[in-house]
Design a protein around this ligand. Structure first.
Ligand code: MG
Length: 160
């Protein structure tokens, strides 16, 4: 099984919004941990917060789907990232992602699923027929060697 992300980026905030528009993308489904904020922190960096405001002003719709099971955490995150959060999602399951598409009032072909994990975020996005963007994890440089090794293994499933 290989996943083939539509886009592979280091930094989601550096990506061309015009290129997304050309593909007909009108909404984002974001992963939470390591995509929008460092895991378990509940803190979003200023540059990310500003970019989220920018894409909203540019007319893109946003929602977050996380596999995180701790409701007090992801409910609190909702206020920090200023968009609805669907928690305990079990990506790559289709249902939570399709629910997010419905809440955005878009179709899967109009949505970009963004995340740092090939076998949850990207596979899930592919399974619903959405565009996908694999990003580098925000904590890439500070992760312990074992986690970095597991990430390298998971990247073997990515066909670029
Ligand atoms: Mg993640």
């Amino acid at each position: 099984m290989l996943v083939r992300p539509t886009f592979i980026v280091e930094d989601i905030t550096a990506f061309s919004l015009d290129l997304l528009r050309e593909k007909g993308i009108q909404g984002f489904i974001f992963d939470l941990d390591n995509t929008l904020m460092a895991p378990h922190t509940g803190i979003i960096e200023a540059y990310m917060q500003e970019w989220l405001i920018l894409i909203t002003q540019e007319g893109f719709k946003t929602i977050c789907v996380t596999n995180n099971k701790r409701s007090h955490y992801y409910n609190a995150a909702e206020k920090v990232i200023n968009m609805p959060v669907i928690g305990h999602a079990r990506k790559p399951a289709r249902e939570p992602l399709l629910k997010a598409v419905d809440l955005l009032e878009l179709t899967p072909e109009q949505v970009l699923v963004v995340g740092d994990r090939p076998l949850t975020d990207i596979l899930g996005g592919e399974r619903i027929g959405a565009y996908t963007m694999l990003c580098d994890p925000l904590t890439k440089l500070t992760e312990p060697p074992t986690i970095q090794f597991l990430r390298k293994l998971e990247r073997l499933f990515v066909k670029s």
